[in-house]
Ligand binder design. Structure first.
Ligand code: MG
Length: 252
């Protein structure tokens, strides 16, 4: 029996890379949850996370709400009907079909920010080169629609260097844009793009299909908060960027 609609961020909420797995959980107890482009295991769930994932699989209408591209979402071992990918850039409908209404809306809005995306990419790249940092900066696109800028350090252990560059670039970020900084991941999202915007688009339909079910949102990042606020209940991993912020000043 299904008890809830669950809008679920994936990475660092349900599972994480090997490097971020708790040190006290041994390799043999980890379950592979996602694969990289070469088909190699890339993300893992601990036994407790796996128990929680099983609960979600059995007990909810599970809707991934992820920053992952559609391609990277398909490399996650999780079945779904609806999904939100690419930080809200794509809404998937049952059967894996792209929602044409949403695609149209995003496509039109994207044209107006193409120059800003390119300028931010070049600006971040300049700062990285000046600092001698080995960082990869690029515009993420889906179906030829440019969506957002992402920067990652080629050495994931040096995320602080990446965060310092993000601070240098901050004055060049157009107003109204979302800056996502969490771990080895810095992203710049134009105002029309975001998980919340895509959830707003999809939620009415989900609620109409399941009027008696509560909506639970799950997420670990500060940038998940806007979509979590649309849900009836919000869950955040106790050890996460969002928990740190949410509980700030409340813990002794
Ligand atoms: Mg996350």
């Amino acid at each position: 029996m299904v008890h809830a609609i669950a809008l679920v961020d994936l990475d660092d909420t349900l599972f994480q890379t090997r490097r971020k797995c708790p040190a006290d959980v041994s390799e043999v107890d980890l379950t592979v949850m996602a694969y990289d482009r070469e088909g190699q295991p890339a993300s893992f769930a601990t036994p407790r996370q796996l128990a929680w994932i099983e609960w979600l699989r059995r007990g909810t209408v599970l809707v991934p709400v992820t920053g992952r591209s559609v391609d990277a979402l398909r490399r996650v071992d999780l079945a779904f009907d609806h999904a939100i990918a690419a930080h809200g850039g794509v809404v998937l409908r049952p059967g894996g079909l792209v929602c044409p209404v949403w695609q149209n809306r995003i496509g039109q809005a994207a044209e107006a920010v193409r120059g800003d995306l390119e300028a931010l990419t070049a600006g971040f790249d300049r700062q990285a080169q000046a600092a001698g940092a080995d960082v990869r900066v690029r515009i993420i696109a889906e179906a030829d629609t440019p969506l957002y800028v992402v920067a990652k350090h080629r050495d994931p252990a040096r995320e602080e260097e990446l965060h310092a560059l993000a601070e240098l670039v901050r004055p060049a970020v157009p107003s109204g844009w979302t800056v996502h900084v969490n771990g080895n991941n810095v992203a710049y999202l134009p105002p029309h793009l975001g998980k919340r915007q895509a959830v707003e688009h999809l939620l009415g339909e989900l609620r109409a299909a399941h009027p008696a079910l509560p909506v639970i949102g799950l997420g670990d990042s500060v940038t998940d908060a806007p979509f979590l606020a649309l849900c009836d209940f919000a869950m955040i991993p106790g050890q996460s960027q969002l928990a740190e912020r949410a509980f700030q000043g409340l813990l002794a």
